[in-house]
Write a protein that binds this ligand. Sequence first.
Ligand SMILES: Cc1ncc(COP(=O)(O)O)c(C=O)c1O
Length: 484
Amino acid sequence: MASVQRAARRAAARLAPARNLRTSAALARPADQGATALSEHDPEMHSLLNQEAQRQRSGLELIASENFTSRAVMEVLGSCLTNKYSEGLPGARYYGGNAVIDQIERLCQSRALEAYRLDPAEWGVNVQPYSGSPANFAVYTALLNPHDRIMGLNLPSGGHLTHGYYTSLKNGTTKSISATSTFFESLPYNVNADTGLIDYDELASLASVFKPKLLICGASAYPRDYEYKIFRQIADDCGAFLHCDMAHTSGLIAAELMDDPFEHCDVVTSTTHKTLRGPRSGIIFAKKELMNAIDFAVFPSLQGGPHNHQIAGVATQLKEVCGPDFKAYAKQVVANAAVLADTLTERGHTLATGGTSNHLVLWDLRPHGLTGSKMEMLADRVGITVNKNTIVGDKNALSPGAIRIGTAALTSRGFKEDDFVRVADYLCTTLELAKSIQAEVGKPLKNFRPALNDNAEVAALKAEVEAFAQSYPMPGLAIQQPAS
Ligand SMILES: Cc1ncc(COP(=O)(O)O)c(C=O)c1O
């Protein structure tokens, strides 16, 4: 019996090399598949990607939080950097093979400090947050204990969810909407109902009683600049940290077109894909003495491996931001927003705060008896992308009375002031069409939606808008260039 087993083992050993060859040939096939183009590998996804590219190119993109990043950034995003794990910080990683990744992250850090003219002896930066919301939560995790108090601009006043949003229920209780208000005690401050401007007096008086440990400034739908000196005074009066979330305006601040939050704040966070025009990511700047806590909150407290392709994309974009042309771009964004605001006002419309000093306007549709939802829906059908937005005084948060319109993305396609007069005209035409459809079918949204189908006026406006949009170049990949 033993001799039979020995013979079987000898035979198996003789066969092993041939079997190994077969195994490696089989393994080579999946490796080949890794080199197949998307169009062949996944035609369904390839088609969806092309459809989205076509939508972006043929429409008027007016979402205030969006932009079109460059081909250089896109190249970095679709690179081998997505393959690498690098938990930890440059020079102190939990994985091997990070010599190049360390250089990339350090380059991103130094360009980030340069973009905001920061002294590395005074400020540190963490470029690993996956996006704006995780960046904010990392700040709270670093600086606060559970149930510490925070104050941020209320969502219906233009603030962001992550600044502590909760709703009040009819039975007098509240419901946390953002995790920020689940883990911390939040008291929002508001804009003044008449002016639309932040009510600094109300904020000061609320803060003197509530005594937050963290005061947040910055917003998602606020068309004006911030009084950082007043924020600092209020924070100092209650011993609070001052945090600016400059997500929307970080490109304009880098270009020195808006006041500098770094002069007054302890921590500054941002997304990198709005007016900064980079890839989707997040970034945290903090005074040097807070940096250890911030770094620890990002990793290991909240995140795992950094998204190195995103960090490299941010670094590449920051090269542009630090270079000579970005300021001209940012100036054009602001000039275009001013023209948009002036044109809408001249045509008799109402804007929150009466206009804008940055890249966005908040258009109050309530005087027209129209909701933001209907305007957004019809605009979408005619190739104009905007979003419904709450505005101070809205009775029902589910039925916002405004739309938010931003100029950063179309400015990246080369739109100038005259072009934005035409954009304003298209928006006015869309509004009039929405009003006439509503007059025909009545107020319920369920009647409005089907009335847009097979509507000749909708189709004609869409054709006009698309022809206009398609005549402009599109930054990014070659696939997105206008058809010749
Ligand atoms: C002011 C502000 N902060 C944070 C965020 C969140 O960014 P993200 O969507 O990348 O998480 C946004 C997003 O629009 C924002 O407007």
